[in-house]
Design a protein around this ligand. Structure first.
Ligand code: ATP
Length: 407
């Protein structure tokens, strides 16, 4: 297996390999390109798409997600505290023989016993799972059989993409998580935004689309599940320079889901105020069901022109069903505070690069949350442009760039 590039997203992980013919995203056993970044500990351990259907809701105490935002942080770090409030499983401090502040571990009931696992180890398990996705695909293509033989096909060399806001401790924790599970060939950790810029420019460069006289300035806007990053890259023949990068670590698709879920919880409480045994917002399973429904409604309302989404939840709480319509205007109003956060990183990036939006050859949007219609509209207003470019695959640009870096 050649060198692989891995995008370990908060919600979705993607693995790609670069070869002579270009770069390919490796499909998992269900022929899907995106793999949910989660690990479920039960009688057996399941990862990615093996964690199926309602499991993340019904087994929320043993389904670990959001590792990306916990790894490498001290237990007492305010960022960790904020993140731990968002997860429905139990986090505990873990001390190290080498000293230093306690870091974060998760407490799960697995194989009939309580287990405390450092969060970097759980992250490592997800990396290993992605290695198995690649190994199984390689085995299928070459007719190799048998679990031990397939394991031998786990890639030896990796480039793993990390967010630009990671500290040294977070970078080290990613590497240590990989080592714990036997992934020792990580050649490089690469910033996600640099990976996207590389994926954009490398083939254009080969086709000689860049000139030294007129360097090409491109803004990349990435909004995934948890973070928003704006980057300006300048392309010249054989050269990619990151001129500026700014981010908001707390702006992503999950914040839009949360805004809708809170609205749903309030509507539900209002409708059934005399029948409820408690506040739905204090019940993890109810909130997870609402977040799931909120994400579906959000996706329904993304394309411009869709006026409303129907939300139907059976037995949401106390055996009560809940059916409600969310209009696009109500949804946009709920998200106004989130939209207000889009401008800062864009303006800072332009200032730091000493450019205006007129100097940009393109504004490329990537990341699942840039599909939200009013996010695109707001970005166009901020930049005073008539369109945003979507020439890159919004879900795959990071993995592709990481794979290309390794080629
Ligand atoms: P991060 O970049 O924070 O690590 P990630 O890489 O897992 O997260 P992506 O896979 O780029 O994130 O995007 C996932 C997010 O995009 C989720 O919040 C998801 O709900 C959202 N999303 C995906 N498709 C759509 C759509 N059609 N409309 C609105 N949001 C969408």
């Amino acid at each position: 297996m050649s060198v692989v590039g891995l995008d370990l997203g908060l919600q979705n992980s993607v693995i790609a390999a670069a070869g002579r013919g270009g770069v390919d995203v490796i499909l998992n056993g269900n022929s899907n390109r995106l793999n949910p970044t989660m690990v479920n500990f039960d009688e057996s351990r399941k990862m990615g798409e093996q964690v199926s259907g309602s499991t993340p809701v019904s087994k929320f105490k043993t389904t670990i997600k959001y590792m990306k935002r916990l790894v490498g942080l001290a237990f007492d770090d305010p960022r960790a505290k904020k993140e731990m409030e968002k997860v429905p499983y139990q986090c505990v401090p873990i001390t190290h023989a080498s000293g230093g502040p306690p870091s974060i571990a998760v407490k799960v009931f697995f194989n009939g016993e309580d287990k405390i696992l450092p969060v970097e180890q759980v992250l490592g398990m997800m990396v290993h799972h992605m290695g198995m996705v690649a190994a199984k695909k390689a085995a299928e293509e070459s007719g190799i059989r048998g679990a031990d033989n397939i394991k031998k096909l786990i890639p030896q060399d990796w480039v793993i993409a990390i967010p630009p806001y990671y500290t040294d401790a977070q970078r080290r924790a990613v590497l240590s998580g990989c080592e714990i599970v036997g992934i020792t060939g990580v050649q490089r950790l690469m910033h996600e935004n640099t990976a996207t810029a590389l994926a954009y420019g490398i083939f254009k460069d080969i086709r000689k689309e860049f000139t030294k006289e007129n360097p090409t300035n491109v803004m990349f806007i990435d909004m995934g599940a948890s973070a928003y990053t704006v980057t300006i890259a300048v392309f010249e023949p054989g050269k990619l320079i990151i001129k500026s990068a700014n981010f908001d670590e707390d702006l992503g698709g999950r914040d839009f889901d949360q805004a809708i879920a809170n609205w749903l919880a309030d509507k539900f409480s209002e409708k059934f105020k005399n029948k409820l045994s408690g506040d739905p917002k204090t019940k993890p399973k109810v909130m997870l069901k609402l977040l799931d429904a909120a994400e579906k409604a959000k996706k329904t309302l993304s394309p411009q022109g869709v006026k409303e989404a129907s939300i139907n939840l059976e037995c949401l709480m106390d055996d009560l069903d809940f059916n409600v319509m969310l209009s696009s205007s109500e949804y946009e109003a709920l998200c106004t505070p989130l939209l207000a956060k889009l401008e800062g990183p864009v303006q800072k990036c332009l200032e730091e690069a000493k450019l205006t939006s007129k100097d940009l050859a393109a504004v490329e949007i990537v990341g699942g949350s840039t599909r939200i219609g009013f996010v695109k509209k707001k970005l166009m207003e901020i930049l005073n442009v008539n369109n945003l470019s979507t020439t890159m695959n919004a879900d795959e640009s990071v993995a592709r760039g990481a794979a290309l870096q390794s080629a």
